[in-house]
Design a protein around this ligand. Structure first.
Ligand SMILES: *Cc1c(COP(=O)(O)O)cnc(C)c1O
Length: 362
């Protein structure tokens, strides 16, 4: 039993900013002077309208989206998007490009293929166990879209810059790095992110769609699976996950008002990642698993000299109030997920712990 909050390096659901959790606690029984909890108000009420619209406006300001972009909230996680994207954007006879950089890209490809869609895997880093981001990718000019995974949560790699698809709309799964850095949204036709890594709790996926992409949606797609439904009804066609959206709104408010926007957030995130990587690189005991140029600033993956030691590291970490350091069950090893809410002190404490563990076991 822990008496206090620990430093949480979970990959997702993951740490949330403490001020956000405190605001939720404060407002939980009487939200916005409504005399009700946010979990009790109607999704058709003025109070909830304010929540969802504020979340949308903050997203637009943070990402510098102009009026041709719409912000949507959809259930089913990022995984639902794997099937909705081909369903909405790819008709018979058309094809799409996918870059395979790990577990999540592989799943996205599979969901398009299940539907009998034509998928061109134009590049893959599977040859080296997904430890890098491919370069010089031969994108097809007649593809309806090109799909990438901007940050590979499990393998610890991230696109340092986005590829030039020569006008073909870029689609990215940004589940584990949305709002972690500033970038130019203009090449993107569609962006999606399960909230539970960087911007909120589980239960909602944020989607950002460029207006012209809405015209690609076939009538035959069922209402709940159609982006046009979410767009025309402001994500209120049916009951949305109100509490999750409310939490996202508060996280975005924290990002804008406490942190000061994405440039600031990125600066903090890069410092945190540099601190951890430079320590790993200076040690003969710990070994990073991603290639240098492809390293993620969100998920730092590393190995110890043996699986035995890795197990002990994760266990000892938890005993020292450092949680979630276990690598994904499919790859083993260790992983520190240092999303936006993870404070620099958490990384500093982790590095101290790593030094001590090395002394005792190296
Ligand atoms: C976690 C994750 C997913 C899966 O998200 P769900 O919301 O659980 O469906 C997909 N893509 C990436 C990059 C992820 O990190």
């Amino acid at each position: 039993m822990k008496e206090k909050r620990i430093y949480n390096f979970n990959p997702g659901p993951a740490a949330l900013p403490l001020p956000v959790l405190e605001e939720i606690r404060e407002s939980f029984l009487n939200f916005g002077g409504s005399g009700m909890s946010v979990t009790e108000v109607s999704h058709r009420s003025a109070q909830f309208d304010e929540v969802i619209n504020d979340a949308i406006e903050r997203t637009k300001r943070l990402l510098k989206l102009d009026d041709k972009f719409r912000v949507l909230f959809i259930q089913g996680g990022a995984s639902m998007q794997f099937c909705m994207i081909p369903m909405n954007f790819m008709k018979d006879g058309q094809s799409a490009d996918y870059v395979n950089t790990g577990t999540w890209s592989t799943k996205a490809i599979k969901e398009a293929q299940i539907q009998g869609k034509t998928v061109n895997v134009v590049a893959s880093s599977e040859d080296k166990d997904f430890s890098y981001i491919p370069k010089d990718i031969p994108f097809n000019s007649d593809a309806v879209y090109a799909h990438i995974t901007s940050n590979n949560t499990i393998k610890g790699t991230q696109w340092a810059s986005f590829p030039d698809t020569k006008g073909v709309p870029l689609i990215s799964d940004m589940s584990s790095d949305i709002m972690s850095r500033a970038f130019d949204v203009n090449p993107f036709g569609f962006i999606y992110a399960g909230a539970q890594k960087n911007i909120g709790p589980a239960g909602v996926c944020m989607a950002i769609i460029r207006e012209d992409m809405l015209e690609m949606v076939p009538d035959s797609v069922p209402s709940m699976l159609k982006y046009t439904t979410y767009s025309s009804k402001n994500s209120l066609y049916n009951t949305p996950p109100c509490f999750a959206i409310y939490t996202v709104q508060l996280v975005l408010k924290w990002l804008e008002e406490t942190i000061g926007g994405l440039d600031k957030m990125e600066e903090i995130n890069r410092k945190k990642a540099d601190r951890l990587y430079s320590f790993i690189d200076s040690s003969d005991f710990y070994r990073g698993t991603a290639e240098l140029e492809s390293r993620s600033i969100m998920n730092i993956t590393f190995r110890l000299p043996s699986e035995e030691l890795e197990k002990s590291f994760v266990q000892k970490g938890l005993e020292n109030d450092l949680g979630g350091l276990k690598g994904h069950r499919s790859v083993g090893g260790c992983r520190a997920s240092i999303y936006n809410p993870t404070p620099p002190e958490a990384v500093e404490t982790l590095v101290d712990f790593m030094k001590t563990f090395e002394k005792e076991n190296g």
